[in-house]
Design a protein around this ligand. Sequence first.
Ligand SMILES: [Ca+2]
Ligand SMILES: [Ca+2]
Ligand SMILES: [Ca+2]
Ligand SMILES: [Ca+2]
Length: 324
Amino acid sequence: MKSLIVFFIFLLSGTGLRAQAVPSEEENIPFLVTFGNKSLITWGDDDFSQTFFFMVPETYKGMVFIRVFDPDVGGMHDELNGVFDTKVQYSVFGGKEAYSHPDSKNSIDPVGNYKSGNLLSSRIFGADPKYDNKWFTFGPFTPTEGEYVKDFKGYVFKLICEGTSGDDGNLYRYFMSTSAGENIPVEGGNAFAYEYSFRMHDNPDEISHIYPFVDEKCIKIQQRNFDWDDDGKIRVSSEVRREQFCLVSGDGVWAESEFAILQGEKGKSLDFQFIKKKPSVPNNNVVINVSNQFGEMMPFFTSPIGGVPKYKYNIGVRKKPQNN
Ligand SMILES: [Ca+2]
Ligand SMILES: [Ca+2]
Ligand SMILES: [Ca+2]
Ligand SMILES: [Ca+2]
């Protein structure tokens, strides 16, 4: 039954067409970040590896492509440390257990068999003017090359980006497309991760967001953020929660805090807002993950399930009885 509910919420979310830009418009995150594995973690990446999942609904019968913007580590967008000498590897996985293997689903650390499933495609990039500030396309893939996941009524692909050498920061974005040459979303598709490593805006007026999905069994959550550099506040809100402030981290360390889930938050997404201070910390890279009371990691969908939650200030406020 729960799987049906999740599926219908996907259909009702209404923002699916914009879903496949990763990060999405709703997230307002400029870039994903993965550093070379010789970097100091004080630059903002805890483990030099980032995993994303892309969901293709079973109703879609065409080909899919997974595109990477600025896949190289050099030139524009990327974060230089000395000289650009970093290599990153992107690997696309599908088939049995690509998603459902326990080292993959709900996992935030690149340990064990996190590269589960069939390797469908892989490529290494260093500094490469040919792909600087441009798109590279993986695919075509037929949806059935992904892993069929009943709860999503769809096929899931996994894309891992890892810094295999060097000490520079790779900044990049993804898009799941029906086209090799341009960004055309797969209708009803979505993307999600259990941990984001990302670059924040330099402009303190720009607020970035993530939207963890709260399932029916969730009663308490724990957020963990890394290398926030004391750059302002992390605030959580929902339809029934005006604001909840999280403990934030300093340079190269984790901070964690917990709060209880409210009844009206189940089956929907929370809005985590990353609000920078003024003046803000420039080039700030941050990592965040969220787990439930069992320690299970919660997915952040780029197209938030149930839509972007907006606080309804009048919920629970009783109207005064009228006298006439
Ligand atoms: Ca670049
Ligand atoms: Ca370097
Ligand atoms: Ca890059
Ligand atoms: Ca940072």
